[in-house]
Each structure stands twice: as C-alpha cells, then as structure tokens.
Design a protein around this ligand. Structure first.
Ligand code: SPV
Ligand code: MN
Length: 627
C-alpha cells in the first residue's frame, strides 16, 4: 500500500482524531505497523496518546475505569493486581526468535524465528476484542541526545500504558521531530483474556518473544510489569544488541551520585540481581539518584558517561520502612500519581506490605483476592499479605534526592562501577579490584547470587549471573564479556571496579552487617576513586583499612565500628573463594564456548594467590595478615 492509502486505512481503523495525531509523524513504516496490529489484534477502540496532559490523564482514567487499577484513599494512589501465578518475570517463556544460523549459546532461551513469529501471531489474532488499544510514544534516555532511543508501545492494558507514563520520557514530540529518521523499538502487548478481577487468565499461553531483527518485542497473556512494561526489561534486549554492534553498553545498573569532600559528587553505576539491595543503594540517604535499574554507558572524550533510559522507579516495596528508606517512604506517602502492585489493600483503603512499619492487618484485598491471615493457596502454601515481589511505580520527580543531571543529554561521568550479589558465606562486604580486567572478570563476569522472588522458581539457589545481566543478554555471553573488556581497555583511566556483599553471615547464619552500612561503603569507594584513602592488598582485591572505616562509620552513621566486627566481616574465606572460582570456571567451560581466554587466566591467577595465602596463613585469614 502506498502512503496515501495507508493514511486512509488508518483513518478507517482508528478514527479521524487519532489518525491526525499519527499523520503528524512522518514515518510510513510506523503507520504500516499500526495498521497491521489494529487489523490483527482487533481491539474495540484505539487511543493514540500524544504528550499532552489531557491524553496522559485519559490513559490513567481508563486504567481505573477498566478495573485494572483501583483508587486508594490517598489522592493519586492506585493499586494494580497481577494474577496469582503472574507475579514475576517468566524466564521460561521469554525467548529470542532467531533466524537460521544464529546461536546465542545455551544459557540464553531462544527458538526459531519463523516458528516463534507464527506462534505469537496466532495468539495475538483477535486477542484485543473487547479491549482498548493504547498507542504510546516514548524516548529511552534524554530527548535529542546520543543516548536516545525512540520506542512505540501498543498495549491493551491501561495499567501498562499508565505505568510507562511514570517510568519513561514522553516521546510523541520526539517522533514528530525525527519523522522517518526515528529508528524505533516496537513493543506489542496484550494482557489477553481477563477474569473478573481484570487479571490475565490464559497463563498457559503467556509468552514474551523478542525479535532482534525487527527490534520488536511481543508480550501476551501477562500483566506483571517485568513481562509487559515494554520499555523496561523488554527494551533491554534490543538495546543490548544495538549497544554491542555500536560499541557501547546497556547494563542492568543503577546510577547514583555520591558526595565526597568539598561538595564533590562522584557518580557510580551498580549492577545487582533483583532483590539484592540495588534500589536501596541508589537511594541511600544523603546521596543522589539518577536511576535505579538500567544504564546506557558510552565512551565520550576518553571517559565513560552513563544515562538512565528511564525516569521513574518500578521498585520492590517489601521491607521499605521509615527508618531504613526515609526518602522512598516519604514519596510513597505523598499524594501523587503512584501505582502500587500486589500489595495488601487494607480495610480503610490504604496499603500494607511485608516489612512496613506498624501492625500487620488480619484482612484485606491482595493478589489472591479477599485475604485473611492464614489463608492458603491451592497448593496449601500460606499466602502472605503482600507478594515478596510487590512493587511501587513512581516518577522520580517525587524524590528529593533526585540528581539534577537526570536529563543531561551527555549523561554523567562514571567514577566507579559496583557489582553486588546475595552471598551468605564467601565474599567480604566490600573490595576493589586490582584493575579493570580483574574487576570485569572476578566481580562482573563471576557475579553470583542466591535466587530471589523476582523471577519465578525456587528461592535461595546460588546462580551465576554475569553483570546481573544474564536474563537480558541478546548476544552470546562470551562476546558480551569480551565487549566489557574492550570497553575499558580503550580508556586511559577507566572507572574503578568494586564488589559489595550485603548478605555475608557468620556460621550461625547471622548477618554480619546492618542494612545501613552500605552508606559507609559508598563513601569509602568515593575516596578510592580519587585515591584519597589507602587499602589493603588481599588475594581477591583491595579491602578497606579498619581505621578508615571506623572514621567513616562515625562520620556517616554516627556509629562506633568495633575492630572485632571489622575482622569478622573482612576475613578472607579461602576455601569458599576457591569453591566459587571452581563454580565460575565450570559455568564458563561447560556453557560458554566463546569465553575470552583472559577470563580463565585471571581466575587462575586468583586461585594461585588464594592457595599461596592459605599455605602461609590458613583457611580463614584476618585482614591484619595482609597489612
Ligand atoms: C528486576 O527484577 O530486575 C526488576 C524488576 O528490576 S523487573 O521489571 O521485573 O525486571
Ligand atoms: Mn532490574
């Protein structure tokens, strides 16, 4: 069809007013796309959303009118429930669609492109009957910047479209400006058939399929944000693919500014698997947040600059309390546009979640329907008041610690990169790598974590999750690690690389650190980036000296830091570290054929250092041995 007939077709399908909005964007293939999916999914109605406040307000109202969100007592607050079995990212049914001859390796879930496209289009056929389709335009990253990636979302969920408003930068005007130069990502989502609670029912046909060739992601029969909010985890895959082709990085990282002496601000990015303290680190009191989940990193003028493709937070709410998280707590209690998901709605139309201050209610409404203390699910498991992966969605403008550089088109300069996992028995709470390569390999590529509630499946199992990005990789893992090695090698003075572990325990299972200790670790790292504090050389990295931490604990937390606590926390556990190296090496040898040889060499050196230290000092080595 020529462009004239496409516009005519659009008019017939979406109505005069919507067609006018689309016509302002001079992009024939975008018009084709919309015609194609309106014809294929057959929604009852279509709404094209511009950046105007009226259009945006309409989307939110529709989410409420359709029953996907319920209004709460506090103005602006709503709650959304996902189905009982739709509470986390579905890794099993998330697949790349690969053309013949393309192989991403065994740790990346994939299927043939032709078969996948056929299957997903069969499911999408007529799926939006009875629903309204929202067409939305966004921009990943600041507008009109080297980082920007335009994106179009088609979804029949008002909840998804509303969430995206809080999480992403409006992009309609950017599409109008760019016209056919816009190289956009496409997201097609349908919640599918809904039950009386307006949650997806056909979980057996839940699918998230990623087509890198067309930079399109399809998501059906699910509502959970990590599976559906297209610009979040779904966009990471095509963005990782683009990044690898163009020599930059798309990472599962927060970005934050840490204050140093004399009003200095040093920016860090940090990669942590879900539920390992990522958001809470980026929200540490006294510091500044740029983003809590995703970062794009590019080299500019010999330094790494990072930007947040998002502008809001889809954060875990469990455990958020007034003492540990005063900033989020404050934001969550302000009358503003906030979506709570899978929390407990109390009798007075407020919300409750596990770990919130105050008494646990005995009844309410949650992801299982009407809830009462002791309620069991079909498998006999007791249902907690809120799901462990319950979330809040808010615009970061609500945060008083929001960094002013969020929308800087050139991002912020990265001084340090932090890797953190959930590790009960091996790694010290904090250390710095010897150099870029050592950090990329032993802290990033070797990142391990005990599994959590953020993905479906068993909790508490140790899994290797390179750069905490494994779930989203769109290129073979070996090539991805090699890309990281190359990235820093090009720099005269690459960022320092650190690892943190908030979850180290003693033999009896007690945590060795307080939740708030991370504020001190950040200050130490900030000083290290500027070479203002000494460190102790151990077989696995540089660790802090007791005196420095003692001073920082007093200054930052007004807390006495005892020497025995330091000794216990920073004891090098040799056997555990050696076992970890074995696991990492086995993982790469057995599943990653394209592993860069450097990885094995760096692990071998680390093993040799640990063995030599064990000979000299024994299996548990206190920091004083290395001073
Ligand atoms: C994560 O699980 O890493 C999240 C939430 O940030 S989700 O959107 O589900 O990925
Ligand atoms: Mn995440």
């Amino acid at each position: 069809m020529d462009e004239g007939s496409i516009i005519e077709r659009l008019r017939a399908l979406v109505g005069e007013e919507n067609a006018k909005k689309l016509e302002k964007i001079d992009h024939p293939s975008l018009h084709h796309l919309i015609v194609r999916y309106v014809e294929h999914c057959r929604p009852d109605r279509v709404f094209v959303c511009t950046d105007s406040p009226e259009d945006i307000a309409y989307v939110r109202r529709e989410a409420i009118r359709a029953g996907e969100e319920l209004e709460l007592a506090l103005e602006g607050h709503t709650v959304h429930f996902d189905g009982y079995y739709d509470q986390a990212r579905d890794k099993k049914n998330t697949k790349f669609l690969l053309p013949p001859g393309v192989d991403l390796g065994s740790d990346i879930n994939a299927m043939g492109r032709a078969a996948g496209l056929e299957e997903i289009h069969d499911i999408l056929n007529g799926i939006m009957a009875g629903h309204q389709l929202f067409v939305r335009f966004f921009c990943l990253g600041p507008l009109n910047s080297i980082f920007s990636i335009p994106a179009v979302q088609l979804t029949d969920s008002g909840y998804v479209a509303h969430s995206e408003d809080l999480l992403y930068r409006q992009g309609y005007e950017e599409f109008v400006r760019l016209g056919r130069a816009a190289r956009f990502l496409t997201f097609v989502h349908s919640a599918g058939e809904l039950d009386e609670r307006k949650t997806s029912t056909d979980i057996a046909h839940r699918r998230v399929y990623i087509d890198l060739e067309d930079e399109t992601v399809y998501s059906v029969n699910t509502q959970y944000g990590g599976n559906t909010i297209g610009l979040k985890k779904l966009a990471m895959r095509p963005a990782i693919n683009r990044a690898s082709k163009e020599g930059w990085l798309t990472e599962h990282m927060f970005i934050m500014g840490v204050h140093g002496p004399h009003n200095r601000v040093t920016y860090f990015t940090g990669a942590f698997p879900s539920l390992c303290g990522k958001t809470s680190t980026s929200m540490v009191t006294g510091e500044r947040i740029v983003g809590d989940d995703i970062a794009y990193l590019r080299i500019m003028d010999g330094v790494i600059r990072a930007t947040n493709p998002e502008r809001g937070i889809f954060g875990i709410i469990q455990g958020v309390n007034a003492k540990d998280d005063p900033l989020i707590w404050g934001a969550l209690h302000s009358p503003a546009d906030i979506i709570f998901s899978n929390v407990l709605v109390t009798e007075d139309n407020g919300v409750y979640w596990i770990g919130k201050n105050g008494e646990e209610p005995r009844t309410g409404l949650n992801h299982s329907g009407a809830w009462y203390l002791g309620k069991k699910d079909a498998d006999g498991n007791e249902i907690p008041p809120s799901h462990p992966n319950a979330r809040f969605t808010l615009d970061m403008q609500l945060l008083e610690n929001l960094d002013p550089e969020l929308n800087n088109p050139n991002g912020v300069t990265v001084g340090g990169i932090i890797y953190g996992g959930r590790d009960s028995d091996t790694k010290v709470p904090l250390e710095e790598s010897f150099n870029w390569v050592h950090g990329v390999i032993t802290m990033g590529a070797a990142l391990e974590s005990e599994t959590t509630a953020a993905t479906l499946g068993q909790e508490g199992v140790r899994k290797i999750n390179p750069m905490s990005n494994l779930d989203f990789l769109a290129i073979p893992l070996g090539a991805y690690v090699a890309g990281h090695l190359r990235f820093g090698a090009a720099l005269p003075n690459p960022p320092r690389i650190f690892s943190v572990n908030y979850f180290i325990r003693d033999k009896r299972g007690n945590f060795l650190n307080d939740k708030t200790d991370k504020a001190v670790w950040l200050k130490w790292m900030e000083r290290r980036v500027h070479s203002e504090v000494e460190a102790i050389l151990t077989p696995t990295g540089f660790i802090p000296r007791y005196e420095d931490l003692k001073e920082l604990f007093a200054a930052v937390l007004n807390k006495r830091y005892a020497e025995p606590a330091y000794r216990q926390q920073f004891t090098v556990r040799v056997a555990e570290n050696l076992a970890r190296i074995e696991r990492v090496e086995r993982f790469y040898r057995t599943t990653v054929p394209d592993t860069p040889p450097t990885l094995y060499a760096v692990l071998d050196e680390q093993r040799a250092r640990l063995e030599a230290a064990r000979k000299r000092y024994g299996a548990y080595i206190p920091p004083s041995a290395f001073e």
